[in-house]
Every structure is written in structure tokens, then in C-alpha cells.
Write a protein that binds this ligand. Structure first.
Ligand code: PGA
Length: 304
């Protein structure tokens, strides 16, 4: 069948107005031009599409069916136009980002600079745990992810973009607070406040001690960095945290970094996305921005 979009548009207008004359007015066409388009469509399909009912023109059964499909086509066209529009330039469209909870200590600073530069991009940020991040990458429901350890079971591109030093923190009145060069084994005498299963920080901390054959005593477990810091301040134990999370506490001396052999544990933050994903101009712009500027904007203070 050779049916044109123009014919469908005319057909829809007649069906909506129940009149050739009003459809012609709406489309700024002559009445014979409208009749001719409908006639050509009927010839092509091989069925009458309208019948007269007094002064009104109403769709036949074939007309009803065609109307249903014609509307679906029109909707798809609109959606297609919107998508193409959003792909035309960087400063348009939307960007879906997801970050690990620890990343959220600096992500807002990055987004503020990026949004100022590209005010037309609608940003959506999800802050969640590693397991969810991996799921989001797997289901392709996110453009870019900022996280600590790229997943191995999903095919992704991962680029390191900034240091993420892990340090041992203690309350300022801790007996080890002013000690230098504390042997790593000495930590086996201490209790550690732990992040939840699934936390990248927790994983790294466990790997650090396991690699050195040191067993640490697990104390309370907390799902948020803020809770971990409060617990350490309250004397519930030491902990290992990202330097990004304790800027304020160091400034106000509510927490101190212990000088332990092997620390800081030098990790990195990664920008991650599905391999082969066609990044939109907005997503590419964010990737370039993170590569070039994230470390300048959000590098952790040089306290270690
Ligand atoms: P998280 O941080 O501990 O908040 O999950 C991610 C990571 O450090 O890998």
C-alpha cells in the first residue's frame, strides 16, 4: 500500500471534524483538495472510509480501524521528533546519572558546575548502593555511573577519573591519635565500625586487611557514611572511610586521621557506562567534563 503521512493527516482531520469543509479550513486547504486526498486513500486501501449521515461524514468500520492506526503513527512521529530534537545539541535533552553513596559527597559540586555550563540539560541523579548501580547498568536504565569498583559481570567501559584515598579515622581523644607510623597489625586490637554489605568502601577495607593477613574486629554496622562518622565520634570504634567524606570533621577536628602504615589505601573513582552504548551529546559532554575537570573541582583535600 502506498499511503502517505499527508493523506493520513487529512484523513484524521476529516474524522475529527466529521466534515470535509471544516477539515479543509483546519488544514488551510481547499475542500476539493481534501476530498481528493481521502478518495486516493480509499482507492489505495480498496474500501470506503467515510459515509454520509445527513450533513455529517462519519467513518465506516474500515475508517474506524484506520483512525486507530493513524493516531498511533502520529504519536510515534511526535515521540520521534522529540527524541531527535533532544539529540541535536548538547544543551538539550536529559541526562540520567547514578552514583555510589560516597560519591554523593562531591557529585553535587560537579553537577553545579556542569549545570551552569549547560542549563538546558535536565539532570536526574540517583544515589544508591553498588548492587543497584550494577543493576541499573545491566538494564540500561542509566546513562552514566560514578562508582568505586566497576562491575565484572556487566560489559562496561570504565575510566578512572579521580583519587579516592581511604583513611583510618578516630575521635581526637583516641590513644593512637598522635602516634606516628602505627603498625598495621596494631589495628587488630581495635574495634571497627563497618559499612553495610554491598558498600564499596567496606569491600576495599576488607581487602586491605585480608591482603595483609590481619583480622579486624567488626563492631556496629551502618548503612550511611554519616552514621559511621557519628559512631566513631562517639567512641564506638575506628573506621576506614573515604577522605571525601570527612572534610568538615577534619576542619572542625571532630575526627582525626590515624597515621597507620599502608594508609591511605589509594583507590580511584570510575566513570562507568555500558560498552557499546551510544551516548547522547549531553552524556558525552558530561563524560568529557568529568575526565577533564572533576579532579580540579572535587579532589579530596591533601590531608594525607
Ligand atoms: P560506597 O562507595 O562505599 O558508598 O558504596 C563506593 C566505593 O567506594 O566503591
Amino acid at each position: 500500500m502506498h499511503i502517505s503521512l499527508r493523506q493520513l493527516r487529512v484523513f484524521e482531520a476529516v474524522a475529527q471534524n466529521n466534515s470535509y469543509t471544516r477539515a479543509a479550513e483546519e488544514l488551510h486547504l481547499s475542500q476539493p483538495a481534501v476530498s481528493m486526498q481521502v478518495k486516493q486513500l480509499e482507492d489505495e486501501i480498496g474500501l470506503p472510509l467515510f459515509e454520509r449521515l445527513g450533513k455529517r461524514v462519519v467513518p465506516t468500520e474500515a475508517g474506524h480501524e484506520l483512525y486507530h492506526y493513524s493516531r498511533a503513527i502520529t504519536h510515534s512521529l511526535i515521540e520521534m521528533e522529540e527524541v531527535m530534537e533532544s539529540l541535536k545539541g548538547i544543551n538539550r535533552g536529559s541526562l540520567r546519572l547514578a552514583v555510589a553513596s560516597t560519591v554523593n559527597y562531591f557529585a553535587p559540586r560537579l553537577l553545579a558546575v556542569f549545570q551552569k555550563r549547560y542549563p538546558g540539560i535536565a539532570l536526574r541523579l540517583d544515589v544508591t548502593n553498588r548492587e543497584m548501580l550494577v543493576q541499573m547498568l545491566d538494564s540500561n536504565s542509566v546513562d552514566l555511573v560514578l562508582m568505586g569498583v566497576p562491575p565484572k559481570n556487566v560489559d562496561v567501559e570504565a575510566e578512572a577519573f579521580m583519587d579516592n584515598p581511604l583513611v583510618v579515622v578516630a575521635p581526637p581523644d583516641h590513644p593512637l591519635a598522635s602516634a606516628r607510623d602505627i603498625p598495621t597489625e596494631r589495628l587488630s586490637e581495635e574495634v571497627f565500625v563497618m559499612r553495610e554489605e554491598g558498600s564499596g568502601t567496606r569491600k576495599a577495607m576488607q581487602r586491605f586487611f585480608a591482603e595483609r593477613g590481619i583480622e579486624i574486629r567488626h563492631g556496629m554496622q551502618m548503612t550511611r557514611n554519616e552514621a559511621v562518622k557519628q559512631a566513631v565520634r562517639s567512641g564506638l570504634g575506628l573506621s576506614v572511610v573515604s577522605l571525601h567524606t570527612i572534610e568538615l570533621e577534619l576542619e572542625t577536628r571532630r575526627l582525626v586521621i590515624l597515621n597507620v602504615q599502608g594508609f591511605p589505601d589509594r583507590r580511584q573513582w570510575y566513570l562507568v557506562y555500558r560498552r557499546g552504548k551510544r551516548l547522547s551529546p549531553a552524556a558525552s559532554a558530561f563524560r568529557d567534563f568529568v575526565r577533564a575537570e572533576a579532579a580540579k573541582i572535587a579532589a579530596p583535600i591533601a590531608a594525607v
